[in-house]
Design a protein around this ligand. Structure first.
Ligand code: 13P
Ligand code: SF4
Length: 365
């Protein structure tokens, strides 16, 4: 690996059009050495360069199946970590802007999860009674925690299958960091709301009594997505009043009321599939990130489908948005010159345990 040749300062001030040309030229030079994986929430000026697109589950699989030397991940940090963990040792995962994190993933950390596990162990035999399940939107050390404690990873598209796997092995689940995906999954499995307790990591015993911990089937970490929390039931009500024939679809990171009042709930890939397969002339209210909804609206217009965004205010994932043409041009030109910048390398011991939890997920789903 060479030292960094091209400084980001040379790209920072470049106009977008010039970056677009340089991205195309660098990709052409790199050929099959590079693959650009792109999450559905990426902005249009990045998405147009994608080799492969998808939701978190699809992208994790694609990363594990790719033969490219460089996997450039246009998404957020935990996705690039998964690509690094699941790819071969000779491959390199790259995140064009290292500041592209996930605010939900940051709501749980290893110290807090370990404290939670200790507190649960004082009340229960946690290793036998509680299955740790982490949403893929989490740092690699939390996936490693799950790998070490018999647990597993899930995504928004396989959460129910994974929860069934978990309940077949232990009577309770500790689900982190997204309480909403956990609650919606539990609800779909018929678990009553009073058997799904929120675990507040900043309070002793999660803010729960010993009886509540014993009664809970699902312990839901008090975390959420700041983008999806902007969607509200009142927005669905207003849409239904104006367009009674319209359909509503939401991502399971939305709050319980929004999911309950939607016609359909699913991952980003699922939302894309349902809307693409819908009859022409249909109208949809969509509760997920704006870049995806805008793209669907543009793509579906020729088929006479009308796609509306659920909120009246802009809900973009500001960290996904950080992957811009300047950063993408910078990493690709460096790669074309033989320099790796912004490689994501999960420490080997952590990667090994995290891989256990991820491979359990891939095998089950
Ligand atoms: P998907 O796996 O559905 O793409 O969700 C990822 C995500 O971060 C949604 O906010
Ligand atoms: Fe994280 Fe929410 Fe952005 Fe998804 S939309 S990457 S959960 S902050």
């Amino acid at each position: 690996m060479h030292a960094e040749k091209l400084s980001f300062d040379l790209f920072n001030a470049l106009p977008d059009v010039e970056c677009q040309e340089r991205i195309r030229a660098a990709k052409a030079r790199l050929g099959r050495k590079v693959v650009l994986l792109c999450h559905h929430y990426q902005r249009a000026d990045i998405y147009q360069h994608a080799d492969l697109t998808g939701d978190s589950l699809k992208l994790a699989r694609l990363a594990s199946q790719s033969d490219a030397q460089y996997i450039v991940f246009c998404g957020v940090h935990f996705m690039a970590e998964v690509a690094d963990i699941l790819s071969k040792p000779e491959q390199t995962a790259i995140l064009p802007d290292l500041a592209a994190g996930c605010s939900m993933a940051d709501m749980a950390n290893l110290a807090k999860v370990e404290r939670c596990w200790c507190e649960l162990s004082a009340v229960l035999n946690a290793e036998e009674e509680v299955m740790p399940v982490t949403y893929i939107n989490s740092a690699a050390d939390l996936k490693a925690f799950c790998g070490e404690h018999g647990g597993i990873v899930c995504t928004s598209s396989n959460a129910r299958t994974i929860a069934e796997w978990a309940f077949a092995r232990r009577p309770k689940i500790l689900f982190f960091p997204d309480q909403h995906l956990g609650r919606w999954t539990g609800h779909k499995m018929g678990i009553p709301l009073d058997e799904m307790m929120v675990w507040d990591p900043d309070l002793e015993n999660g803010g729960l009594t010993v009886e509540q911990i014993r009664k809970a089937k699902l312990l839901l970490w008090k975390g959420h997505c700041s983008v999806h929390q902007m969607f509200q039931k009142s927005q669905i009500d207003a849409f239904r009043q104006q367009y009674p024939e319209g359909k509503v679809i939401a991502h399971p990171e939305c709050n319980f009321e929004v999911c309950l009042n939607s016609d359909d709930v699913g991952s980003t890939e699922y939302i894309v599939k349902v809307i693409k397969e819908a009859p022409s002339g249909t109208r949809w209210l969509v509760g997920t990130e704006l870049n995806l909804v805008d793209r669907l609206a543009r793509e579906m217009l020729p088929q006479g489908k009308i796609i509306q965004f659920m909120s009246h205010i802009t809900c973009m994932c500001s960290t996904m948005q950080r992957i811009d043409p300047q950063h993408l041009a910078w990493v690709l030109e460096n790669l074309a010159e033989g320099c790796v910048v912004n490689a994501i390398q999960v420490p080997p011991h952590e990667a090994e345990l995290a891989r256990v939890a991820l491979e359990r997920m891939l095998a089950v789903s």
